[in-house]
Write a protein that binds this ligand. Structure first.
Ligand SMILES: Nc1ncnc2c1ncn2[C@@H]1O[C@H](COP(=O)(O)OP(=O)(O)OP(=O)(O)O)[C@@H](O)[C@H]1O
Length: 358
C-alpha cells in the first residue's frame, strides 16, 4: 500500500486528500479541470511543499510527524507530462542514457533492454526527438522516466497532446508496462475512455478532495456519486471470451455473474476482456422473455441492490447485483414503481448493447 495524506493551500484552492493506494496497477485520478489533480502529483513528487505524509510502497518520502521531507531529487519518481520535454540535441538513445546516468545504478533498476522492448522503441533509438510523432515522443518520454528506476510513475495527461485518432495506439504500450513491471502508476486524465481502459483503481476528485476511491468497477457502480447520473454512466465487467458465433459475428464473454454476447472483431477464445455496459442500455423485466420473443440477446438474472434518483425526475438509476458483479440500469421512475424495484427484488436485466473496452 502507498499512503498519500496531503494538505496544501494556495490562494483560493485547498488540496486535502487521504488515499491508500495499491502497490500495483494504474490508479487514475479523474475529475474536472482545476480540481487539483496536477497539484496532487506535484505534492507527491515533492515539487510542492504540502503538509502530511507520503509513503510509496516501502519508502517514506514525507512524514511531518517525524520531520521527514525528502526533496524532489531524492524521490524515486518518474514524471511524464502532457508535452514530452526531450533534449532536442540528443538522440532518443542519448536521452535515455542521460536519464540513466543521472539516476545512477540503484537497486531495482529496470533493465534498459526491457524498457525499450516494452515500449516498442528499439527502431527509434538513433532518431532525433524532432522527427518523432506525438505518440512516439510520449513513449520515449515514458522510457526516459523509467530509466531513472522509479518506485512510482506519475503521468499527467500523457496522451492529451496527441492527435485524438492516434491516442488509442499508445494505450497498449501503457498496458504492457502495467502488466510487466508491476510498478504503481498515478495517471491523470480527462478522458473517460482512457479511464475505463487503463484504471485498476479510480480516484474521483472534486474541488481538491478525493470524493471516492477504490477498484474501478466498484467506484463506477456506486449510486451515491454524480458519475451514476452521468449520461455515460455504466458498469464495467471483466470476463473471458468463452465462445464464438462465427455465423453472426458474435463472441460470448463469461464474467462470473453470467454471460454477454458482443460484436466480435476477431477476439480469440480465452482472451481476458473488459466490457462496458451503459446504464441507459439496460432495461428491467420481472420475467425472463421466452426465447424467440424479444430481440435482446443478453438477459441476466440479478437482484436489485439499490435505487437512486437519475439526472431527471422521470428517471432512476438501479444498481443490480449479478452474481456478485454490479450492473447499473437507467429506467423511468414509473417503471421502477410498477415493477416494485427495491433492494432485494429479483429481476432480469436486459442488456441492449455491450461495448468492448479492451
Ligand atoms: N502555479 C499556480 N499558481 C496559482 N494557482 C495555481 C497554480 N497551478 C494551479 N493553480 C490553481 O490550483 C487549482 C488546482 O489546479 P490543478 O492544476 O492542480 O488542477 P487540475 O485538476 O490538474 O486541472 P486540469 O485538469 O485543468 O489540469 C486550480 O484552481 C488552479 O487554478
Amino acid at each position: 500500500m502507498s499512503t498519500l495524506r496531503l494538505a496544501f493551500d494556495r490562494a483560493g484552492f485547498r488540496l486535502d486528500v487521504d488515499l491508500a493506494l495499491p502497490d500495483r496497477g494504474i490508479t487514475v485520478l479523474f475529475g474536472p479541470s482545476g480540481c487539483g489533480k496536477t497539484t496532487l502529483l506535484r505534492c507527491v513528487a515533492g515539487l510542492e511543499r504540502a503538509r502530511g505524509r507520503v509513503e510509496v510502497t516501502d519508502e517514506c518520502w514525507q512524514d511531518d510527524a517525524a520531520g521527514t521531507f525528502l526533496p524532489a531529487w531524492r524521490r524515486r519518481v518518474g514524471y511524464v507530462f502532457q508535452e514530452a520535454s526531450l533534449f532536442p540535441h540528443l538522440t532518443v538513445a542519448g536521452n535515455l542514457a542521460y536519464a540513466r546516468k543521472r539516476a545512477g545504478h540503484g537497486a531495482g533498476a529496470i533493465a534498459h533492454e526491457q524498457v525499450v522492448e516494452l515500449l516498442g522503441i528499439a527502431h527509434l533509438l538513433d532518431r532525433d526527438p524532432a522527427g518523432l510523432s506525438g505518440g512516439e515522443r510520449q513513449r520515449v518520454a515514458i522510457a526516459r522516466a523509467l530509466a531513472t528506476h522509479p518506485k512510482l510513475l506519475l503521468l499527467d495527461e500523457p496522451l492529451a497532446a496527441i492527435d485524438p485518432a492516434r491516442r488509442r495506439e499508445v494505450l497498449p504500450w501503457l498496458e504492457n508496462l502495467r502488466d510487466a513491471l508491476g510498478l504503481p502508476m498515478l495517471y491523470v486524465t480527462h478522458s473517460a475512455d482512457e479511464m475505463a481502459r487503463l484504471a485498476d483503481t479510480l480516484v474521483l476528485m472534486e474541488a481538491g478532495r478525493a470524493v471516492a476511491s477504490g477498484p474501478l468497477t466498484e467506484v463506477l457502480a456506486r449510486l451515491d456519486l454524480p458519475v451514476a447520473r452521468d449520461e455515460e454512466a455504466g458498469a464495467l465487467l471483466e470476463g473471458t471470451v468463452a465462445e464464438q458465433d462465427e455465423r453472426w459475428h458474435l463472441a460470448r464473454v463469461d464474467f462470473g455473474g453470467g454471460s454477454l454476447w458482443l460484436s466480435n472483431d476477431g477476439l480469440p477464445t480465452g482472451r481476458r476482456v473488459r466490457v462496458r455496459v451503459l446504464a441507459r442500455d439496460v432495461s428491467m423485466a420481472l420475467e425472463r422473455p421466452a426465447p424467440g420473443t424479444a430481440s435482446i440477446q443478453n438477459v441476466l438474472r440479478c437482484t436489485v441492490a439499490g435505487v437512486a434518483p437519475g439526472s431527471h425526475p422521470s428517471q432512476v438509476v438501479v444498481r443490480l447485483d449479478c452474481g456478485g458483479h454490479a450492473l447499473l440500469a437507467r429506467v423511468t421512475a414509473r417503471a421502477a414503481d410498477q415493477l416494485a424495484l427495491a433492494p432485494g427484488r429479483e429481476a432480469w436485466a436486459q442488456v441492449k448493447s455491450v461495448g468492448l473496452v479492451r
